[in-house]
Write a protein that binds this ligand. Structure first.
Ligand code: NIG
Ligand code: FE
Length: 408
């Protein structure tokens, strides 16, 4: 069985209820695809036949996890970026047939191969920053064939790159133009045809909905959730991004893995999230791009111990960003997260938001050996700097994905 022994590492284990779980002068043994031993240098096992990696006191963290992205899409929305600079709002552009629907047109027109080629540079950015698990949503196809096409492209990434992909069906992302004025009919199509077909092809790990004035209402969201749960699928939701429709409370009451965006979630409602295991996923890229001023209810989330995750929300409209390190910086600067909360947000709490916390997200014996070695010593450096990528080496499921920076 192949073994790798990391020595002289500053290990951010992320194994406790708060903080980094930092072990200085640590060692860690990987056997096959799992972490077999973790402890202090003086107690480390014999190296035997293991490959020995001297970390030279550098930081070792779990592989990073982006738990909310729309990485598969056709075209771009640079023209809308310019329109917003001239004063149009995101909601106005959407109401005039732009926004998500314009990406739907470009995505429908693209082949699987074209979508695959377009997303590679975006994916590479994430991989180069130590991403080992990535969630990707459908939601720019808005009919069975095109939603399935998007999910197939997402699935194919696992064959071509060394990364774990979680596929989320987001058929209820926006109303396609051919259903204008018939949103209930579209939701029926989502529930009765699109989701069951995508699920039957093995393409759905979770189901998401966008509950918002420019998307779907609470009752429609609940219908999609009921269909998902009837198929045994976990649910999550885009909620309270632009207004408070009560989506987060509704989703949490149904046991959602996560409620995402939540700038407009009322602090008084946060207690109701804490009654479930639901993770609050904050998306500072969208907050930044849309120049939002309404901050998510961070004080209440902390008071109630709701786990907080962070994600890129990488998409062509509200969050054209593919740097998870910049997202960590934005979360600290814009939302006042601590650097420890930011790192938890892209590791253990992101794993929770995907229902994968038993397998990934922290460095603990028995967990999958997904880890990143960084050219920094202090974990806060990951959130503090902008534009520098200190990723030195990445291991995913016990196999090196890149090791260019192993030598200190
Ligand atoms: O998470 N809020 C809805 N969906 C995306 C935006 C998608 C788009 O603008 O294309 C989001 O921000
Ligand atoms: Fe999103």
């Amino acid at each position: 069985m192949p073994q790798t022994l990391f020595i002289n590492a500053s290990i951010a284990c992320l194994d406790g209820a708060s903080g980094y779980g930092l072990r200085e002068h640590g060692a860690l043994l990987v056997e096959a695809d799992k972490i077999a031993w973790l402890g202090s240098m003086q107690d480390r096992p014999e190296s035997g036949d293991a490959e020995v990696v001297d970390c030279a006191d550098r930081l070792l963290t779990p592989g990073l996890i982006d738990c909310h992205s729309h990485l598969v899409y056709g075209g771009d929305r640079a023209d809308e970026f310019e329109m917003r600079l001239e004063g149009a709002s995101y909601a106005e552009i959407a109401q005039q047939g732009g926004g998500i629907v314009s990406t739907v047109n470009a995505t429908r027109a693209a082949s699987e191969a074209e979508l695959f080629a377009q997303l590679q540079p975006r994916l590479n950015c994430l991989l180069e920053e130590g991403m080992t698990t990535l969630e990707i949503k459908s939601g720019y196809g808005l009919d069975s064939d095109n939603e399935i096409k998007m999910l197939r492209v997402a699935q194919q990434l696992e064959n071509e790159f060394q990364v774990r992909i979680q596929k989320t069906f987001l058929g209820a992302h926006a109303l396609p133009p051919e259903y204008a004025g018939r949103s209930d009919d579209y939701i029926a199509l989502v529930c009765d045809e699109m989701l069951p077909r995508a699920h039957a092809e093995g393409l759905v790990d979770a189901v998401d909905v966008f509950i918002e004035s420019i998307a779907f209402n609470l009752e429609q969201g609940a219908r999609v959730f009921a269909s998902a749960q009837a198929l045994g699928l976990p649910i999550k939701a885009h909620v309270e991004q632009l207004s408070d429709l009560g989506g987060a409370v509704m989703a949490a009451a149904r046991g959602a893995l996560s409620v995402d965006h939540i700038e407009y979630l009322a602090p008084a409602d946060v207690a109701r999230l804490a009654q479930s295991e639901t993770v609050a996923v904050l998306l500072p890229g969208a907050f930044y791009v849309l120049r939002e001023t309404q901050l998510p209810p961070l004080t209440a989330l902390r008071e109630h111990g709701v786990p907080i995750a962070l994600a890129t929300d990488a998409n062509p409209g509200s969050s054209p960003i593919t740097s998870i390190l910049l997202v960590m910086n934005m979360a600290c600067t814009l939302f006042r997260l601590t650097p420890a909360e930011a790192l938890r947000g892209v590791t253990i709490n992101a794993a929770r938001a995907l229902g994968l916390q038993a397998e990934i997200g922290s460095l603990e014996v028995g967990k999958q050996a997904d880890m990143v070695l960084w050219n920094v010593v202090k974990p806060a450096m990951l959130s503090y700097q902008m534009g520098i990528n200190p990723c030195a080496a990445v291991m995913q499921a016990g196999r090196w994905r890149s090791k260019a920076g192993l030598a200190a």
